[in-house]
Design a binder for this molecule. Sequence first.
Ligand code: ADP
Length: 507
Amino acid sequence: YHYSTAAAIDEPIKPPVYVNYTKLLIDGKFVDAASGKTFPTLDPRTGDVIAHVAEGDAEDINRAVAAARKAFDEGPWPKMTAYERQRIMLRFADLLEKHNDEIAALETWDNGKPFEQAAKIEVPMFTRLFRYYAGWADKIHGLTIPADGSFHVQTLHEPIGVAGQIIPWNFPLVMFGWKVGPALACGNTVVLKTAEQTPLSALFVAKLFHEAGLPPGVLNIVSGFGPTAGAALCSHMDVDKLAFTGSTETGKIVLELSARSNLKPVTLELGGKSPFIVCEDADVDNAVEMAHFALFFNQGQCCCAGSRTYVHERVYDEFVEKAKARAMKRVVGDPFKAGVEQGPQHSLSNQIDSEQFEKILKYIRSGIESGASLESGGERFGTQGYYIKPTVFSNVQEDMLIAKDEIFGPVQSILKYKDLDEVVRRANASRYGLAAGIFTQSLDTANTLMRALRVGTVWINCFDTFDAAIPFGGYKMSGQGREKGEYSLKNYLQVKAVVTALKNPAW
Ligand code: ADP
């Protein structure tokens, strides 16, 4: 990699000039797709091709599943001691730390997110996830249970087998960590289907994982598209568990394919339209900053983005003025430049160019047409690449599309409310239930809202706090199951009850 991190601080650093790994990773080896096909992955700053990547489809999924099956059934992975697995995961984390900035640069290049955020937040978070799950590897065990009669009863917590995992493009590495970390800690083997928009960083880190001692076949990575590679993984009869993060629409397909094939259990982490509630007693300056972060972080491309900003009428006018000023101050530009807060949207799915970008602009037009007040932004930024000006709408009404749909872009919608009961009703009147933010200084208000909101995560006077130990997942159409934390382990474990008749009950 021909760039220097020092240069990143003053001027745009050059992204890595070449990409080492573009093939599929099957059974510990980088291989071409069976079809020989490749697809381009693009730089969202310009639309230029970064590299051509092997395009896996059903046949490659078959090969990857066979490798994972062998590494599970014959070992070594589930047959190793938990301590051995833990040590490999910890060595992997050490290598990640060593290569932190290279990995971050690759992530920025392929995804468009600011390099400073990738280097300081996401890659360290990814590393932290593997240390956290390494810690679990040797602490997973069953119970001894008192039962009626003369029996000794115990449970064994066993790995499920081959886990199929499908991830999106907004946080390529963090999603890899949420999925692969718990699966491997529990002794499963994995076939990971990365997002077609961002295939590069997963291949790079997987190579490091093998350098750390990961045996072949334990982690297989198939780059490729959803309806081909993704669907084949969901439908595979030899995949024992499926984990998916992406849109609610695709989540339904994943669940259906999984049920129709072999009823493999599925965890889903899907879309959201999360409320961020600013109460009348809130410190407005802090609330503005937090609400801004809640929506605009990662170019607005977060499933849990605080995309319905409810502001109490008493502080509404002041909030709108300040939210607008904050958005206009947001630094948009080349994500490799120091101080840049917002890079280009990741809008490229090489088949439908600028799909996501156009979708966001369409929602902005719909906001204007439906009568919301455009306070700032509202159009693309610059003429090249896929940048959008930080956009703030006030006077947003519940029935507007911008208040209901997941936009997945830098568009803040501010809604006015009068009292707590009303805001609870409105916040809960969504098909989604992923997360919520509450901004208040009152313990009673925080407690009321915290209990009333039908969402998987409530952040009080904070937002997007993603510790490895905190479970994450959705109510309603935002998903099924929880990832991260201890809760995530049960997605990857079978419970076997063992009942032994006692010959001599006295003892
Ligand atoms: P988005 O691109 O909006 O995040 P998607 O749900 O389309 O949402 O994509 C998330 C992941 O799901 C990607 O890896 C994508 O390739 C995959 N995917 C898309 N369609 C399917 C499908 N029919 N079956 C399985 N996986 C799919």
